[in-house]
Every structure is written in structure tokens, then in C-alpha cells.
Design a protein around this ligand. Structure first.
Ligand SMILES: CC(C)(COP(=O)(O)OP(=O)(O)OC[C@H]1O[C@@H](n2cnc3c(N)ncnc32)[C@H](O)[C@@H]1OP(=O)(O)O)[C@@H](O)C(=O)NCCC(=O)NCCS
Length: 178
């Protein structure tokens, strides 16, 4: 793949990815496709411990992905899963209106082409109506920059998250910039 996904601010409209890249929302209540398990395995092989529970959380009865506001998105390229991200109720929060952006992972071969940016934009457009606040834990300050572009604010010193984003007022896209 040689094309990059153009970076945009968050909008209410899901983004169509160009070229041979397709973003799909996984159907809940079914096992993860093998292609997604392969992607998780690639992440675990490079030491991304936050993916350890991705598969179990997806299928756990009563788990976060059973909530109708939850979603897992995957970017496929010719049947190969190259990136993933999820949104679900934040199990660390007592407030059911708080969601969590989680399991954001892009295959090493496909980084710096805007895929994470496109997935975050897609998730926000689809999920923010269901959650008053979204939180996440950025693995590194560099990863944090990605989320800050989409209106997440760094909130240092918290035990269970690093960034938080309040649902923007109607008529605002809440993005940090173009
Ligand atoms: C972080 C990650 C999801 C970014 O995916 P991506 O598709 O490459 O991201 P995009 O191309 O959409 O955006 C790139 C932005 O990511 C951020 N970023 C995250 N990690 C970075 C890194 N190691 N080096 C440089 N930029 C990084 C930067 O803000 C960068 O913007 P820039 O190009 O203007 O500097 C990907 O590198 C990844 O999966 N890393 C390993 C797992 C991980 O850290 N997941 C995040 C958990 S919070």
C-alpha cells in the first residue's frame, strides 16, 4: 500500500478509506474473525500488552462489548486486518456515561499513514452520542498527540487513564485543529 489516508478533524460523518483499505465495524455476538486474531497476535509479539485482553473482552458474556453503544472497528486490506480500535463503557469508571477508547493498534508495516487517525475519527463519529465522556490510556506521549488532535485533553496523574474528552456541544466537532 502506498497511499496515505488524509488527516482530517473529527466529523459526524464516518470516513471512507481510500485505495484497498476498508474500515469495518465487527458484528457483536460473534467470535473475532481469524484475521483480527492474527492482528492481535502481531501486536502481542511486539510486546503490546494492552492487547492481551482484547479477544477475551470481545466475547466475554456481560463484558464491555455487549453494551449496544460499544463498537470494535478494524481496517482490512485485501482480507488482512491491519489496524483496530474499540470503544466500550469504561470499566474503571463508576459512571455508565463514561466510555473508553481502547485497543488502538496499527500493524507496524502500516503506521504513519493516518490509519489510527481515521479510526479515532470514525469511532468518535459513531460513539460519542452514547457517551458523555471518553477516556483512554495513551501508551506514550507520542501516541497522546494523536488523541489530542481529536479533542482529548491530557489529564496527568490519573491511575487508570491519561486522556479525557467531553462530548462537544451540539454544532461543534470538538477537534483540536485541522
Ligand atoms: C500509536 C499508533 C496507533 C499510531 O498509528 P498510526 O496509524 O501510525 O497513526 P497515524 O498515522 O494516524 O498518526 C500518526 C500519529 O501518531 C502519533 N504517534 C504515536 N506513536 C508514535 C510514534 N511511536 N512515533 C511517532 N508518532 C507516533 C503521532 O501523533 C503521529 O502524528 P505525526 O505523524 O504528526 O507525528 C501506532 O503507532 C501503534 O499501533 N503503535 C503501537 C501500539 C500503540 O502504541 N497503541 C496506542 C495505544 S494508546
Amino acid at each position: 500500500m502506498s497511499t496515505s489516508v488524509p488527516r482530517q478533524s473529527s466529523t459526524a460523518t464516518p470516513v471512507e478509506l481510500g485505495g484497498d483499505l476498508r474500515i469495518e465495524v465487527l458484528a457483536p455476538g460473534r467470535p473475532l474473525p481469524d484475521a483480527v486474531n492474527d492482528l492481535i497476535a502481531a501486536g502481542l509479539a511486539e510486546g503490546q500488552k494492552f492487547l492481551e485482553r482484547a479477544s477475551a473482552n470481545w466475547s466475554r458474556p456481560g463484558g464491555p462489548y455487549e453494551d449496544p453503544r460499544s463498537m470494535m472497528v478494524v481496517v482490512f486490506q485485501e482480507g488482512v486486518a491491519v489496524a483496530m480500535a474499540g470503544v466500550a463503557p469504561d470499566e474503571y469508571a463508576r459512571d455508565p456515561d463514561v466510555g473508553r477508547l481502547k485497543h488502538v493498534y496499527v500493524r507496524a508495516s502500516h503506521r504513519r499513514r493516518g490509519l489510527a487517525d481515521a479510526m479515532v475519527r470514525f469511532c468518535l463519529a459513531r460513539c460519542e452520542a452514547g457517551f458523555r465522556r471518553l477516556r483512554l490510556r495513551a501508551a506514550t506521549p507520542e501516541a497522546g498527540r494523536l488523541y489530542e488532535r481529536h479533542g482529548f485533553v491530557h489529564d496527568p496523574g490519573r491511575a487508570d487513564y491519561t486522556h479525557v474528552r467531553e462530548r462537544p456541544a451540539r454544532g461543534s466537532d470538538g477537534a483540536a485543529g485541522p
